[in-house]
Design a protein around this ligand. Structure first.
Ligand code: HEC
Length: 203
């Protein structure tokens, strides 16, 4: 039995060899080899114009550029879920807060150490800016700020944009949005704040 198995293995090995030999001998070019046939002398050919590698066809312009028909999109082209916001928060704190600060006021540690101070996210202009603009700034940079296209993948960029909107809302949430049963808490904290500021005035 053992003999028969080894004979079979040997037979298969020879058969395999034969097959491999055919492939070896066929005329073909190898990468970086020279070619007599093509006028540029290279075996490797340039890609046909418009070639796209599998899985990299970025045909959803809103998702990949933040623009649609040349205008910045006004809606985030992903489902905005609690998970996306959570992701946005952690990515914002890693990549943006060192300059923009945790609340987006533009007072991060790098700025405190002398880097150009960015505009606060809470000015009217940036509160009214469409979300596509923020995506574009992260993707392409803006003035003194370099781009984060290499560090932050597309979906994370949108997560950051969603979180950035949350930050903006956090500074301008209307009192009417506070649920009725928690209004008293709001009043109390506002009074505490007033008292704190009044006490601080003498300094
Ligand atoms: C190294 C510091 C630094 C980091 C990190 C940084 N920024 Fe900025 N950002 C700046 C500065 C400085 C400006 C203003 C540039 C100028 O005016 O030349 C700016 C401008 C911007 C603007 C444009 C504001 C306007 O006035 O139109 C946006 C939006 C923005 N940053 C978002 C982000 C986001 C989102 C991240 C994280 C992915 C980030 N930035 C990371 C420094 C930084």
């Amino acid at each position: 039995m053992i003999l028969r198995v080894s004979a079979l293995v040997a037979l298969l090995a020879v058969a395999g060899l034969g097959c491999r030999q055919d492939m070896h001998d066929q005329p073909k070019y190898k990468p970086y080899r020279q070619s007599e046939f093509f006028t540029d002398g290279r075996a490797m050919r340039p890609l046909v114009a418009g070639t796209v590698a599998q899985g990299t066809l970025r045909d959803d312009t809103a998702l990949f550029t933040g623009k649609s028909g040349g205008d910045f999109v006004t809606e985030i082209p992903l489902a905005v879920t609690a998970d996306l916001l959570e992701r946005g928060r952690s990515e914002f704190q890693v990549f943006c807060s060192p300059c923009h600060g945790r609340t987006g006021k533009g007072d991060g540690m790098i700025v405190q150490r002398g880097f150009k101070r960015p505009t606060s996210y809470h000015v009217d202009r940036l509160r009214q800016t469409p979300v596509g603009y923020f995506f574009d700034v992260i993707t392409n940079g803006y003035g003194a700020m370099s781009d984060y296209a290499a560090q932050v993948p597309v979906e994370d960029r949108w997560a950051i944009v969603a979180y950035l909107r949350t930050l903006q809302l956090s500074q301008y949430a209307p009192a009417a949005d506070v649920p009725a049963d928690r209004k008293a808490e709001l009043e109390a904290s506002l009074q505490a704040l007033d008292a704190h500021e009044a006490a601080g005035e003498g300094h």
